[in-house]
Design a protein around this ligand. Sequence first.
Ligand code: BGC
Length: 408
Amino acid sequence: MIKFPQNFLWGAATSAYQVEGNNIHSDWWEWERRIGLKEVSGEACRHYQLYKQDFTQAKELGHNAHRLSIEWSRVEPREGDFLDTEMEHYLDVVLCLKGLGLEPIVTLHHFTNPWWLAKLGGWQNKEAVAYFLRYTEKIVARLCEHVRFWVTINEPLVYIYFSYILGDWPPQKKSFFWAKIVFDNLVKAHVGAYRIIHRIYAEKKNNRPLVSLAQNLQAFAGWNNSLRNKCAVYLRNAFFNFNIIEKLKRSKALDFIGINYYTRMLVDAKKWNLRSLLLDKKEDDAPGMKKNSLGWDIYPQGLYDLLLSLKRFKIPLMILENGICTENDNLRWDFIRQHLKKINLAMGKDVNILGYIYWSLLDNYEWDKGFSPRFGLIELDYKTYARRPRESAKKFAEVCKTGVLADE
Ligand code: BGC
């Protein structure tokens, strides 16, 4: 029997664009149509209309927290034009969570941008920082009485990797030069937002908020022990995992470290150049290596190792995303269980962890991969929009309700 602390936060996450539907002023919406993406987000999960039902379900599943994001392009569909009705919508969303006893964890930026900002060069334009801070100020002023946990930016490095290095996501650049500019702008945006949030709470004499970003951490392992792979693992840990945390800690702009963890990458650098050192990988086809439906290795030990290596920062941690897309719900439960065991083990080694938020509450729009990857605790029928909690959700609910992971 494995026990978690009484005040541990338990829940699941969503992001606005992936669940709400009809985010027509977003750069993703425009891009999906322009490139003729096979599956467009469309109505997504109709969560914009059905959020009360979804949160009630989360409550019934024992959750005491929920991570959501605000869709910037809804709130500010044209530059400087902040829509009161949409700000009011997000206030209702947060109040609904509070009314159910779920702690809201609010993300300000989860991959998508207003289309007007993209037309101005998006995050390549240094003005993006000021625009983001103005939007932050409006949202935080509206929600600050009800929100304690803020996440400024979701996975800056994943965003940069897909949008500015691999060139798979809008604006489809493949440039280390632009990647570095965007990185610097996102860091400035985080630090600025951190300070604004704290200033607003101090002015209103509200309790201190806890502000972080959601940092995707990936476990990296060389597929063999060559010097090149050792260097590549070192560089990837620095570049993708730890640099940003070090930077933000130095700027005193992290109250906790939000962690998203999914998988391990087997590193196989073919050449001595930056692209190869940072990007080349190998499929792990070792017999017995379990994978999700997108082919990502399931590797709970990686989370444990990363949690222990974060101890040196002396900042509390929170798992803001951990999840699996699979058609096999037994595998989902096994995934959750194995990761919870590792989290608990790390806590036993004095790693301070505030909560565990599964990705995702519902099956949803998995970006350019469309609707087939099924990450949800709750299954969605995209024809009827009916929701049905999976068995894994019910097993997870027992842990959320009791704080105990029973032996199986
Ligand atoms: C992102 C989510 C995404 C999930 C699964 C995370 O990197 O924050 O938006 O759906 O991974 O790929």
